[in-house]
Write a protein that binds this ligand. Structure first.
Ligand code: GLU
Length: 556
């Protein structure tokens, strides 16, 4: 009679370590009571998804606020899906968002005693655990070819029963050890499957820190835990790693809830205590029919955090927004705290919503405007420059022409009690402030021309612009005086000094002072919306505003 141990030794002759040895090699962490060990476990299969940033943010926050540890583990056992370099990139992007691990895989290096933190480098650790399951009779080699698996599936589909490799369909479960020995000796390729003792008709109770207690059908699939390439599958690897890296709470997206029964069973078969779980709500989007769907890498640009970086959003804006998705009371809190020190907010699993939140770019914009408005002119210039160097040569060109001039533009209605919130990202800065630069202004004029309100004829506009050119200046006067001057000149030309006056007697006036401001605005910028007119004139200087007015007048 060939024993399970003989099969295990035949498959893994070089593995001499035991689970007890691993327990010693990776001792329990010495942390204060209540400290949580969390992990972010990305697969290096592409860019950092907004949902993954959300998960890693929550992991970081829970570890920080409990004086615990947050580590990163690279889950690269699915070598076919791996994209070279994406692991490093994920870590770089996390850093930009200030989600920095205490230990683990750091991109180009690793730190911590629970490593290696890259799964493909942990093959021997997994083998120890698989060998143990083989010895216990809780795992077995499976020699089924893909054709045989397809046959099983076809039969199940024809009979309308649950598909998969389980119970009576798990053919290789029923081989004798003699048959297994023979096949392995003959060099037949195989994988190793977990021998499930569950039944999907029965339910297990699980507890989730966000969702509370719930019931879910037991696992009964004999899942593959070890592939023919010598690496384990995700399900198996994560159970081993979360145990030996001493994770206390697994925080991940709710799409993993269906796999929970497999995980719970694996932990138990390995004799490990299962960690706590917190399954986060997924981030959703409304489709064209108004139905909620998961934010999609393929369809939604905001699904990739690179979208926010390339567009020049302040990273904190996305983080603030993700915090509102996590705990809805954060929004009120951050208002009260004037959009500062968000690290002082205490996140709670109980306050998490269970429903997938709809992604709201408007809210990201809102936070971004608040954040950028609080920077002084030096800070915003530095950030704009850093962004431009990386992503926006056109903006870099403008900044480099004359950094002080750029600073003056950025300083319009900044550095005061209620700064203006004109900017949410640097990506559209050239569009918003380009007119301050002569060449771009010229381009705008040739593209857009000057589109004035049709209720004024050319001669009225000409007259207004002429007089303003002669009489209106920002030199050595403050905004109030400048505005009073504009009003005085305007009323002299037959314009009402405000809307109320105009409405009371519309026939008595050509228009309002607001109309005059609009004429000037269009003349200087070609646009109807712009930063504060007084400061535009001040930054451009008298000479340039005169040139621009001349240009408009001669075009009329
Ligand atoms: N590697 C898995 C993923 O890519 C991690 C899931 C987990 O956190 O357990 O999503």
């Amino acid at each position: 009679m060939i024993s399970n141990k003989q099969i295990a030794d035949l498959i893994f002759p070089d593995i001499t370590e035991t689970i007890e040895d691993l327990e010693k090699r990776f001792p329990k962490r010495n942390l204060p009571t209540g400290a949580e060990v969390t992990r972010f476990a990305p697969s290096p299969t592409g860019f950092l998804h907004t949902g993954s940033l959300f998960t890693s943010l929550i992991c970081r926050k829970i570890a920080t606020q409990s004086n615990g540890v947050f580590y990163v583990r690279l889950e690269d056992t699915d070598t076919k899906r791996e994209i070279q370099g994406s692991g490093e990139q994920l870590l770089e992007q996390l850093k930009i968002f200030n989600v920095v691990p205490d230990e683990g895989y750091l991109g180009n290096s690793e730190s911590g005693i629970y490593g290696p933190y890259i799964q493909s480098k942990r093959a021997d650790i997994y083998k120890v655990c698989i060998k143990y399951l083989l010895e216990q009779g809780n795992a077995y080699p499976c020699f089924c070819s893909s054709d045989e698996l397809a046959d099983i599936r076809a039969k199940q589909e024809a009979n309308k029963i649950l598909p998969g490799y389980y119970g009576a369909y798990a053919k290789c479960r029923y081989l004798t050890n003699e048959e297994r020995y023979e096949k392995i000796k003959n060099g037949e390729p195989f994988v190793i499957r977990f021998k499930s003792s569950g039944n999907h008709i029965r339910k297990i109770k699980v507890h989730d820190l966000i969702r509370g207690d719930f019931e879910i059908a037991q696992n009964d699939q004999d899942i593959v835990i070890y592939k023919s390439d010598g690496l384990p599958t995700y399900h198996f690897a994560h159970a081993v790693d979360d145990h030996f890296m001493r994770t206390t709470v697994v925080i991940r997206g709710e799409e993993w809830i269906p796999s929970l029964p497999i995980h719970v069973e694996l932990f138990s078969a390995l004799g490990f205590e299962a960690p706590k779980y917190a399954h986060l709500p997924v981030i959703m989007k409304l489709d064209e029919n108004g139905n909620k769907r998961k934010l999609s890498k393929r369809l939604d640009s905001e699904a990739a955090v690179s979208f926010f970086l390339e567009d020049g959003y302040p990273p904190e804006a996305l983080i603030m927004y993700l915090m509102t998705i996590a705990n809805s009371n954060f929004e009120e809190w951050i208002f009260q705290n004037k959009f500062e020190h968000m690290e002082d907010f205490t996140l709670s699993f109980e306050k998490f919503s269970h429903e997938g939140a709809l992604f709201d770019l408007g809210k990201v914009n809102f936070f971004a405007r608040e954040i950028l408005s609080k920077l002084n002119k030096e800070e915003i210039t530095l950030k704009a420059k850093e962004y431009a160097e990386e992503h926006n040569p056109k903006l870099l060109d403008l900044i480099s022409r004359d950094e002080n001039y750029f600073k003056e533009i950025m300083n319009i209605e900044r550095e005061k009690e209620n700064p203006r919130k004109d900017y949410e990202k640097f990506g559209n800065l050239v569009n918003l402030i380009g007119f301050f630069y002569k060449d771009i202004y010229e381009d705008l004029v040739s593209q857009n021309g000057f589109v004035f309100n049709e209720k004024f004829d050319k001669s009225t506009i000409k007259e207004v612009l002429h007089i303003m050119k002669d009489k209106l200046s920002t030199d050595n006067i403050d905004e109030q005086t400048w505005f009073a001057n504009m009003k005085e000149i305007g009323t002299g030309l037959g314009f009402a000094s405000n809307g109320k006056e105009f409405k009371a007697n519309p026939d008595a006036y050509k228009g309002t002072i607001g109309d005059i401001a609009e004429m000037l605005r269009i003349s200087f910028t070609t646009k109807k919306n712009s930063p504060n007119l007084y400061y535009i004139m001040k930054v451009l200087g008298k000479q340039e505003t005169d040139n621009r007015l001349d240009k408009v007048i001669s075009s009329l």
